[in-house]
Design a protein around this ligand. Structure first.
Ligand code: SF4
Length: 309
């Protein structure tokens, strides 16, 4: 996993990154370098670029004994994810660093998964094509309700702009995926089916799916944002799922619903669900079996096997 910056200007209200050690343990550094007082509350207002990352990646790769040191998962994959803790194409400077890092990795025949909410990523379609199947590119679209998405992801481009970027990847025949994440608790069968039909139109290799999991400060921020935007129904649902059992019920329901709708109506769509560890731990009986089966499932993408492992 490589992050091209610390912080993320998109400032998604449900983002879990500020509560991870990558941010949580850097209070002092963020205060000194970016004047950040509260890394969670100020999430979206700060961004520290790692401009020298391509050089550092280059050096790291030169000094790596791949046979001995490179971590291959028990499924045999050796994929680098770019980026899960920030948006690697959120602006020109981040995109510049991202481009450099992808070049270094591809040079070493290492498969790369690129995830961004920014249509800026289409600028690098030539680079993705040159990678000859080693790079898979995707974007997160939780819903096509643009104003609700705007309330929860205040600085990110609209869902349709993201879909159009996917469409460009499709036309350029770049390996692509969708992250249907996080689906909101108010989304019903019709809304999920409509979103899946948009995804099916760009023929992705896989659709990753994850229900919402607002906890701690994220929960308060989601609640505040939806209320301010006049989405009282969403705020009510969020309050309901703040209770662990209600959340688990909704999360399982959404996981099943997305898989069932895809199976029934979009036979070319492969859904790869991402159940939260807490959900797996609290499940029993049939639900536990289903979640364990999901966890064992391997994404059908071929790009990962195009690399050196
Ligand atoms: S784009 Fe990703 S990293 Fe950035 S705020 Fe949103 S969820 Fe967090």
């Amino acid at each position: 996993m490589i992050n091209v910056a610390t912080g993320c200007r998109h400032g998604c209200k449900f983002c879990y990154v500020p509560s991870t050690p990558a941010i949580d343990s850097r209070d002092e550094m963020l205060g000194e370098k970016a004047g950040v007082e509260d890394p969670q509350r100020d999430w979206g207002d700060y961004l520290l670029y790692r401009d020298d990352l391509p050089e550092r990646v280059h050096e790291g790769l030169q000094n790596t004994d791949f046979e001995e040191e490179w971590k291959v998962t028990r499924r045999g994959r050796g994929v680098v994810m770019l980026s899960s803790g920030t948006d690697c194409y959120q602006d020109r400077r981040a995109a510049q660093i991202t481009r450099g890092v992808i070049r270094e990795l591809v040079e070493e025949n290492i498969p790369v998964r690129v995830l961004s909410r920014s249509p800026n990523l289409t600028r690098d379609i030539d680079l993705f094509r040159e990678a000859d199947g080693l790079v898979a590119v995707g974007t997160s679209i939780p819903s096509f309700d643009a104003s609700l998405v705007d309330a929860l992801e205040p600085n990110a481009p609209s869902p349709m702009a993201r879909w159009e970027a996917l469409d460009e990847l499709f036309r350029a025949d770049v390996p692509r995926f969708v992250s249907f994440s996080p689906t909101y608790p108010t989304m019903d069968q019709d809304e999920i089916r409509e979103a899946l039909s948009w995804f099916a139109a760009i023929d992705p290799d896989v659709v990753f799916h994850e229900p919402m999991n607002p906890r701690g400060a994220n929960f308060e921020m989601c609640l505040e944002a939806t209320r301010e935007a006049g989405y009282n129904d969403v705020a009510e649902e969020l309050e309901r799922i703040h209770d662990h059992d209600e959340w688990a019920k909704y999360a399982i329901e959404h996981i099943k619903l997305v898989r069932e709708i895809a199976k029934e109506h979009f036979d070319r769509l492969h859904i790869h669900s991402w159940p939260d560890q807490k959900l797996i731990e609290s499940a029993t009986g049939e639900q536990e079996d289903l979640l364990n089966e999901i966890v064992r499932d391997v994404s059908p993408e071929v790009f990962a096997s195009a690399g050196r492992f």
